[in-house]
Design a protein around this ligand. Structure first.
Ligand SMILES: C=C(O[C@@H]1C=C(C(=O)O)C=C[C@H]1O)C(=O)O
Length: 265
């Protein structure tokens, strides 16, 4: 089984000990946007894909109650503004993102009636490499100071959760059709439970190579991220879907799950 996981710090607690549990697992790490494309091409069987990508294929199935979500500020998803949001004409989008790319467009449209021209921000580039009025950064690179003063900065987790009074779900475990999923939900929820029980250890292991302090790393994993796809998260996902569909960023008419998946343990 080829399982694709996000290569950022946020995913470490979801894959703790995962590859060691079953000899038939090939764990591949990549950027979220690339995981979605690889799952769509059939190069992966199961992947942690941006939630908006789940809407694009009705044959996809959510297979775990583990996810990357937040119930407030997320710390690693930012829109940096060089002009006030109401005056934004161009938006540079982190190439690794699909969910937050759509979310930033939704929030600009809904709150400011702004529909900017979009440009990609390639993986190797930083905010300084674009002149866009606003820049979306996600993942590890969004956690470091950019060295520029912005007129406004949005933490998209915070902005969404305040605006919607619900959680936000950035990425979910999804399988393509025709894959034998026996035991996979247990495998993924157990990996998450192991990871969540060991956040200090994971933070110790990761903080230096991510260029952040141990405290920041632990706070991020423990307090900013939320790894459970519960009722409030599904309600947030549903609302996000409604906005995405209304803006033509997702197909119309999907019925998403409302009730959390009960893990078959
Ligand atoms: C919280 C995050 O969630 C991510 C954001 C994603 C997106 O915008 O498409 C996809 C997967 C997650 O890794 C982050 O990367 O910082």
């Amino acid at each position: 089984m080829r399982i694709g996981a996000v290569s950022y710090l946020n995913t470490k607690p979801l894959i703790e000990g995962l590859a060691e549990r079953r000899s038939d697992i090939d764990l591949i790490v990549d950027l979220p946007s690339r995981l979605a494309d690889r799952l769509a091409r059939g190069e992966l069987d199961v992947a942690l894909i941006p939630s908006i990508e789940f809407f694009q294929n009705p044959s996809y199935q959510i297979i775990s109650d583990a996810c990357i979500g937040c119930r407030g500020p997320v710390m690693s998803v930012k829109v940096l503004f060089r002009r006030p949001p109401a005056e934004v004409k161009t938006l540079a989008l982190d190439e690794g993102s699909r969910t937050s790319a759509a979310l930033s467009r939704i929030l600009l449209a809904e709150r400011f009636d702004v529909r900017p021209r979009l440009e990609p921000l390639p993986i190797g580039s930083g905010a300084a490499d674009t002149k866009a009025d606003a820049v979306l950064l996600i993942g590890d690179r969004a956690m470091h100071p950019v060295g520029e003063t912005f007129v406004e900065e949005w933490d998209l987790g915070d902005v969404w959760c305040r605006w919607s009074e619900l959680s936000f779900v950035f990425a979910m475990w999804v399988a393509r059709p025709g894959v034998d999923l026996t035991g996979v939900d247990t495998l993924l929820s157990e990996a998450r439970d192991r990871g969540v029980a060991k956040l200090e250890e994971i933070a110790h292991r990761e903080y230096e190579r991510k260029g952040i302090t141990y405290e920041t790393c632990l706070t991020y994993l423990r307090d900013n991220l939320y790894f459970y796809l519960g009722k409030r998260e599904l309600a947030g996902l549903n609302l996000y879907y409604q906005h995405a569909a209304a803006m033509g960023l997702a197909p119309q008419g999907l019925v998403l799950p409302q009730e959390p998946l009960i893990s078959r343990r």
